[in-house]
Ligand binder design. Structure first.
Ligand code: ARG
Length: 467
């Protein structure tokens, strides 16, 4: 565009009836939010169209003025979308930038748009709409990540790997089972997202500055037009509430924590020492000095983004802490935290989905590692309980001696000759070798939610039906 008076018009023309001079330059800088809240332009315009339509329907403004306003707002929307809108810092925020441009476009009718509303309910509306859309996007992205894991889990329902506790080899599990652990985590994140959408699905517009309004507005009408379930119930709470933003950040922080655990596992698994997975070239980088290296940069950055998201959560909690009701300008600091966390979360989920889909799984390395570290010791103890009738504590002791012997001989449990095992306990027979392999160990763990391939397949079927 921009002929424009919007550049020269200061915000003080919008609210400055009782102010003698324009804002000091520092005041303008600390006060302005347009640098970041211009991201809300589409929500702002949608909200204003719904508000103007309701005002006309209620006979508060004329149909002609409403038509001019709606037409002008649509013009502004295409100006902004096509990059032909000049945002002005003097006009403080997105609300006043849009309204000032509307005045230039349609003249005095523009002044009727702000009837029966305030920037306090307006910003609450714009931001809620934005967060709602972001939550919907997050829901979809998590569904994509879960789908990637389900495919890998299916492919590797039988691939044995070491299961760890304390990052020490514990018992053999399948890679499919390990993948399904992440499906559970991201599935919980997704249900948190769904709950958050339900929580915030109330329309703030019409709360006005804080006390509601004397105009005969219809808040149910605007709520419906904007796709909300219903209007909020208390006007004071409406303009002072940022729970929806904090909920988004908490969900992002928890999902980020999950993503960072996965990132850490990928970093460990892709070391030459582990060699469980090989990242695709698309998600790794080389070293400028050490030609042999393949670095898991994307995973490391996902791990780091979590720190950033946590920072945003703590920042907004701290901004809101101790604020008296209702609106305070402190609350303007809410948006950058949410925008930054949303960008980090989206990137982290997208990068992880790509890594999970693309990485090559080295089943031979995993299987070899699964068999080392006496990972089937528990199976030996369980066999002694089942087949020789020993109490578990005694079986544990016997097994401990077998492990010590194998360790001193530098071999695996399955490599101990039967005579050695019988010297430790006479009831051991050669049948024991059936449970000392990693495959037998894994196949035996058929308890609900266990690592047996049949159980893993049941888990996959459960989630396929829900994804
Ligand atoms: N830019 C403001 C914000 O982001 C809009 C609301 C301003 N309201 C006010 N009474 N100054 O919170």
């Amino acid at each position: 565009m921009a002929d424009d008076t919007t550049d020269t018009k200061s915000s003080n023309q919008m609210w400055g009836g009782r102010f003698a001079s324009g804002p000091d330059a520092i005041m303008e800088e600390i006060n302005a939010s347009i640098g970041f809240d211009k991201k809300l332009f589409a929500q702002d315009i949608r909200g204003s169209i719904a508000h103007a339509t309701m005002l006309a329907h209620q006979g508060i403004i004329s149909a002609e003025d409403k038509d001019k306003i709606v037409h002008g707002l649509n013009t502004i929307l295409s100006e902004i979308e096509s990059g032909n809108f000049e945002f002005s810092r003097q006009l403080e925020d997105i609300h006043m930038n849009v309204e000032a441009r509307l005045a230039t476009l349609i003249g005095p009718a523009a002044g009727r748009l702000h009837t029966a509303r305030s920037r306090n309910d307006q910003v609450a509306l714009d931001f809620r709409l934005w967060v709602k859309e972001e939550l919907q996007k997050t829901e979809q992205m998590l569904t994509g990540l879960i789908a990637a894991f389900l495919d890998r889990a299916e492919e590797h329902a039988e691939s044995v790997m070491p299961g760890f506790t304390h990052l020490q080899t514990a018992q053999p599990v399948t890679f499919g089972h390990h993948c399904m652990a992440y499906v559970e985590m991201f599935g919980r994140d997704r249900s948190r997202v769904r709950h958050a959408i339900e929580h915030l699905d109330e329309s703030p517009i019409g709360a006005a500055a804080l006390a509601g309004t004397g105009y005969p507005i219809d808040r149910h009408m605007t709520a419906k037009a904007l796709g909300f379930r219903e209007p909020t119930r208390n006007s004071i709470d409406t303009v002072s509430d940022r729970d929806f933003a904090i909920e988004f950040l908490s969900i992002a922080a928890i999902a980020g924590m999950h993503l960072s655990r996965l990132a850490e596992e990928i970093v460990i698994w892709s070391t030459p020492q582990f060699g469980f997975v090989r990242l695709s070239d698309a998600f790794s980088t080389g070293s400028s000095i050490m030609p042999q290296k393949k670095n898991p940069d994307a995973a490391e950055l996902v791990r780091a983004k979590t720190g950033r998201i946590n920072g945003s959560l703590v920042a907004l909690l701290t901004i809101m802490k101790g604020l008296p009701l209702a609106y305070s300008k402190d609350m303007q600091e809410d948006k950058e935290q949410v925008f930054d966390a949303a960008e980090s979360l989206e990137l982290a989920i997208a990068a992880m989905t790509g890594m999970v889909r693309d990485m090559t799984v080295n089943t031979a390395r995993m299987k070899a590692a699964a068999g080392s570290g006496y990972s089937t010791a528990t199976d030996l103890a369980d066999w002694l309980v089942r087949e020789a009738g020993l109490p578990f504590r005694d079986a544990h002791h016997v097994t401990g001696r077998a492990v010590a012997l194998a360790e001193s001989k530098g071999c695996d449990l399955a490599e101990l000759p039967l005579s050695d095992l019988q010297a430790i306990h006479p009831d051991i027979t050669d049948k024991v070798y059936d449970v000392l392999t990693v495959e037998a160990s894994v196949a035996s763990r058929k308890s609900f939610g266990g690592t047996a391939p049949s159980e893993v397949r049941r888990q996959i079927a459960f989630w396929r039906a829900r994804n």
